[in-house]
Write a protein that binds this ligand. Sequence first.
Ligand code: CUA
Length: 263
Amino acid sequence: MIDPIILQQGSDWRAQAEVFDEIFFVFLALGTLVGTIVVAYTLWNVFKYRDDGSEPKEDFDAPIVGELPTGQGGPKAKKLFLSFGLSAIVVISLVVYAYGLLLYVEEGPDTSDAGNIEITVEGYQFGWEYIYPNGYSTRGEMIVPADQRIDLNVTSRDVWHNFGSSELRIKSDAIPGEYSSTWFSVSSEDVEAQGGEATYRVECFELCGAGHSAMTGQITVLPQDEWEEWYAGTQGENTSSVDSAGAGNASSVDNAVIRGAPA
Ligand code: CUA
């Protein structure tokens, strides 16, 4: 039931931002439509059944608390069941639809053929450190390629933080000793639209101390070839555990942090 939704998009993956925007739009549109119908119908009935004094008081069929206005299977009952039925259909369809899309957001697109890039995000008071697969790391700015699924493993060095980018619609807890994961993907069209280099603001979304509001960063998305060039250039400063173990260095992330920190 869920796969067809994704397959309809062809080979293009959908970014979380697109999915959330779509859910938001569908709920907004349906909410507006249903709201307009309900309010209009209510007002119309208020007008139609207003007390203009013409109805004799003894014939007045007042509603009774605790009793459904069945009208003995008459038009009132039909309206009641129609209203319940329509509401149920709308609600159930929305639940199924939204849940299907959220499952996709949780799992992410299948990129077994393209290969994902896994980046560790480490929060600290007050900033973000990004550690790439080769052990190289940057502070403040995460540099990633377009058209590729980026997997983030988010953690913290000290207190609770929350890593997020509103524009990309991603948000993930950064908790010491724990890793929470999320993913994102930016298309090359979006990168081109931003002039060959797309940037997205990163913020901390968990009150974590005096510098919380300044705990910002940036995600920079480069075209694939430019990114590969940049990434190849980081190899020399590689401090991954594999290389450093051979060189007799401490194979710690802290080592990578110090040597990999940009000027
Ligand atoms: Cu880190 Cu707020």
